[in-house]
Ligand binder design. Structure first.
Ligand SMILES: [Zn+2]
Length: 232
């Protein structure tokens, strides 16, 4: 009758013991597991997360440092400079840039000697009621080359053209050592009075063309027939 009860106690006890044993075993396993993890993952001191469990396929666990430190901000790609469209419009100062920043009509592009003398002559002419205008002072090589080409087409040959326009290598305008002036009254005045300032008309065929050919106050040298007269 009651002898079926006693076996139940031991059964309960066994069950309890089994449970306790199981708990102890599980606890031991967990401790062992933790120790194994610590042994295997020496660098992860302080990080008790079982990272091994997250790597079931033998993959290397994620570096712990990346979890401890905030990841560096992803560098934003630098915006690429979009190249500005190539200006197709030709600069209005292109002619000036060819002569070092001076336009052809600007006496500041001339040599200091001719510029200084010319300023004095211009002032003296103004005092006489004559206005001297600069039509061409310093020219770029490119401009001189264009002028020569145009002269060749107009006069029919290189030789005929160089009576009026010299090639860039021989042109005093390219060196800033010659000036063309106008109008006619200014040419006449400077041809008559230029020697006082060391400025002389050089060619018979170019009444507008002047250079600093003499010492101020001294007589000008004899004129040449044309520019091609001394050229080869
Ligand atoms: Zn000239």
């Amino acid at each position: 009758m009651s002898n079926h009860l006693p076996p139940r106690r031991p059964f309960r006890v066994r069950t309890w013991l089994l449970s306790v044993t199981g708990l102890v075993l599980v606890g031991s396993l967990m401790i062992w597991h933790t120790q194994v993890i610590e042994l295997l993952d020496l660098d992860s001191s302080g990080d008790k997360q079982p990272v091994v469990a997250g790597a079931p396929n033998g993959e290397a666990p994620q570096p712990v440092k990346s979890q401890l430190t905030t990841p560096p901000p992803t560098p934003r790609p630098k915006p690429k400079k979009t190249p500005s469209p190539t200006p197709t419009k030709k600069s209005t100062n292109s002619r000036a840039s060819e002569t070092g920043g001076y336009s052809e009509e600007d006496i500041n592009g001339l040599s200091s000697k001719l510029r200084t003398r010319l300023k004095k002559a211009i002032s003296a002419a103004r005092a006489d009621g004559v206005r001297i205008s600069i039509t061409s002072a310093r020219r770029s090589e490119a401009k001189q080359r264009r002028l020569l080409q145009e002269a060749i087409e107009r006069y029919g040959s290189y030789e005929a053209a160089t009576r009026w326009v010299l090639p860039p290598e021989q042109s005093a305008h390219v060196l800033g050592k010659a000036v063309d002036i106008g109008p006619q009254a200014a040419m006449t005045w400077l041809n008559k009075n230029g020697w006082r300032y060391g400025i002389c008309r050089r060619y018979d065929n170019e009444p507008w063309h002047f250079e600093a050919l003499t010492t101020p106050g001294k007589k000008c040298p004899p004129r040449e027939a044309h520019s091609g007269a001394t050229a080869d």
